[in-house]
Design a protein around this ligand. Structure first.
Ligand SMILES: Nc1nc2c(c(=O)[nH]1)N[C@H]1C(S)=C(S)[C@@H](COP(=O)(O)O)O[C@H]1N2
Ligand SMILES: [Mo]
Length: 301
C-alpha cells in the first residue's frame, strides 16, 4: 500500500438493504464503530456513479494531526455490498473486527445469458482516454529499467525494451473501457502478446493468476486465462508511436476485455502465481477479474 495508507480493512460481511442515503450513513457508522470499538462521526467526502450498477460513497473519519481514516462504501442499487476502511500509516488502534475471508474463485463464473450492447452496459464513448496516475507519474530511466518476469515459471527473465521488440510484437486495434464509465474506440496498441510471453517463460501448471507491479508502486492482478488471451499485450507503442510517459512508457499492460485498471502502466514486474492476492484497486473492493462483458466492477460479498 502506498500514499501513506498502511492497511485496508474490509468491514462488510453481509449485503445490507438500505432505503436512502441516511440509512447508508447509519449502517456505515455502526460498522465503523464496531470496527474501531468507539463512537465516531463521518464526514461526507464525495460520491460517484460507477457504471449503471454501483455508487461509491467516500467519507472520512478525522483523527489528530490532520490524519484521517478513509471510508469507502460500495452500494449496488439499494444494497450496501462493501465497506472499506483505509487506515493511515502508524495508526495505533485496536481493531475489534474480524476481516472477512475473501474467495475470488466464487466470482469467476461465466454468465451465458448476457446480451452484449454497444457501448457495453454502463459505458459511454469519449474521444480520448483520460490519463490516470493515482500514485503519480514515475521518473523513468531506461538505462535502469527492465521488465522482470518471474514467479512459478520455468524460465524467469528480465527484458530490456529492445529485448521486448526481439520477442516479436503485434498490433491490436481495440476499445478501452474504464470502470468509471468511459470507453474509447479504435485505440491501436503494439507490443508483445501475453501468449508469446507464456510461450517463452513457461508458467507451471499450478499458475492461476498474474500479479503486475509498476514503478510507481501500483499493482494489479489478472486471471492467467485473461492474460493468455489473443488480445492481451505488453504494449510498447500506442497509435503507432512509442508510448508517451503519461500512458505508461516504457511498457504497460493492455488487457482490453477487462476494465482499464487491470492495464497497469509503467510496469516493471510480472509474477505468475497460484494464489490470489489483491492489487491496488482490488484492495479497495474492485473485482478480481473485471470483465467488461460481464460488468464485473466490484467484488461482491
Ligand atoms: N501505474 C498505473 N497504472 C494505471 C493507473 C494508475 O493510476 N497507475 N490507472 C489505471 C486506470 S483506472 C485506467 S482506466 C487506465 C487509464 O489508462 P490511460 O491513463 O493511459 O488513459 O490506466 C490504468 N493503469
Ligand atoms: Mo479506470
Amino acid at each position: 500500500m502506498s500514499k501513506g495508507v498502511s492497511r485496508v480493512l474490509d468491514c462488510a460481511v453481509e449485503e445490507h438493504a438500505v432505503k436512502d442515503v441516511q440509512e447508508i450513513i447509519d449502517y456505515t457508522i455502526s460498522l465503523v464503530n464496531r470496527a474501531l470499538g468507539k463512537n465516531t462521526s463521518l464526514l461526507f467526502d464525495s460520491s460517484e456513479c460507477i457504471g449503471t450498477t454501483h455508487t461509491l460513497y467516500r467519507f472520512r473519519i478525522p483523527l489528530e494531526k490532520g490524519k484521517y481514516i478513509g471510508v469507502r462504501v460500495i452500494v449496488r442499487g439499494r444494497t450496501v455490498v462493501r465497506v472499506l476502511l483505509t487506515l493511515p500509516m502508524g495508526l495505533d488502534i485496536d481493531l475489534h473486527y474480524q476481516r472477512a475471508i475473501y474467495n475470488p474463485t466464487r466470482e469467476l463464473t461465466e454468465n451465458q445469458s448476457i446480451t452484449q450492447t454497444d457501448p457495453p452496459k454502463g459505458q459511454v464513448y469519449v474521444d480520448l482516454p483520460v490519463v490516470y496516475a493515482i500514485l503519480g507519474i514515475p521518473e523513468v530511466d531506461l538505462r535502469n529499467w527492465g521488465l522482470s518476469i518471474n514467479g512459478l515459471v520455468e524460465n524467469p527473465a528480465v527484458y530490456t525494451l529492445p529485448e521486448l521488440y526481439d520477442l516479436g510484437v503485434e498490433t491490436v486495434k481495440t476499445t478501452f473501457h474504464c470502470v468509471t464509465g468511459w470507453s474509447v474506440r479504435e485505440l491501436e496498441f503494439t507490443g508483445v502478446p501475453g501468449e508469446r510471453i507464456i510461450e517463452v517463460v513457461k508458467p507451471l501448471k499450478s499458475v492461476e493468476w498474474v500479479y503486475i507491479e509498476s514503478l510507481d508502486g501500483y499493482s494489479t492482478i489478472i486471471p492467467f486465462k485473461e492474460f493468455n488471451n489473443p488480445k492481451s499485450l505488453i504494449a510498447i507503442e500506442m497509435n503507432g508511436k512509442p508510448l508517451d510517459i503519461l500512458h505508461g512508457y516504457p511498457a504497460r499492460l493492455v488487457i482490453p476485455q477487462l476494465y482499464g485498471w487491470k492495464s497497469a502502466k509503467w510496469i516493471t514486474r510480472i509474477s505468475f502465481i497460484d494464489k490470489y492476492i489483491d492489487g491496488y484497486w482490488e484492495s479497495m473492493g474492485y473485482h478480481p477479474r473485471g470483465r467488461v462483458d460481464l460488468e464485473e466492477r466490484f467484488k461482491s460479498t
